[in-house]
Design a protein around this ligand. Structure first.
Ligand SMILES: Cc1cc2nc3c(=O)[nH]c(=O)nc-3n(C[C@H](O)[C@H](O)[C@H](O)COP(=O)(O)O)c2cc1C
Length: 184
């Protein structure tokens, strides 16, 4: 059995170190784990209950909901923006939290990792992402964490895929995520 992990990245910029972290997860996933990066978060409109109806739900939201529903587990990779979660990721969680009680994140094993420029690696944002995903119904793995500080310098010359400590940390998170995904 292959466990499918969908990764949502909280930064849209082309050179995003969090995207690179997700790429490292794709490349170094343990045997039996397939990690995929969700590429279309930039297309998602801001959440608005008025358009979240059967007739009007945006195709970008349906696409995201279907992708998360099809996954066995979710890995959020996020930097920190002004001490909290970037809007792009929070917006995705909001879309995934509805319909209330049956959203795509419901009971979905979910882990949060990330890297940021500051000395704590974006831990505030990752804590907030855990909180929001949990309230949205996800089965959040509080112990499967990885916060890498100093993103701008650490990954200036080295892609995370070549950073042994990062690879080890990602594999631990993916192992834990897989254990929960297969226990569902
Ligand atoms: C709007 C904005 C706010 C930021 N706020 C923080 C912050 O609160 N803490 C922090 O450690 N880094 C902060 N940074 C720096 C980011 O951690 C850094 O740019 C990081 O590399 C962004 O992730 P990315 O490489 O995946 O795009 C901020 C960057 C931006 C653009």
């Amino acid at each position: 059995m292959t466990v499918r992990v969908l990764t949502l990245v909280g930064s849209l910029r082309a050179g995003s170190h969090n995207r690179q972290l997700a790429e490292a997860a794709v490349e170094h996933a343990p045997d039996g784990v397939h990690v995929e990066i969700y590429d279309d978060l930039a297309d998602l409109p801001f959440y608005n209950e008025d358009i979240d109806t059967t007739d009007t739900v945006p195709s970008a939201a349906t696409h995201l909901r279907e992708a998360v529903t099809a996954a066995d587990a979710v890995l959020l990779c996020s930097p920190e923006y002004n001490g909290t979660i970037p809007a792009v990721l929070k917006n995705a969680i909001d879309w995934l939290s509805r319909p209330f009680g049956t959203g795509a994140l419901q009971n979905k094993p979910t882990a949060v990792v990330g890297t940021a420029f500051g000395q704590y690696g974006g831990v505030w944002a990752q804590d907030e992402a855990r909180k929001a995903a949990g309230i949205a119904g996800a089965k959040v793995l509080d112990s499967a964490t990885l916060s890498i500080p100093g993103s701008g310098t650490r990954f200036a010359e080295t892609h995370p895929r070549n950073d042994t400590e990062v690879i080890e940390g990602l594999r631990k998170v993916l192992d834990e995520l897989t254990a929960h995904a297969t226990a569902v």
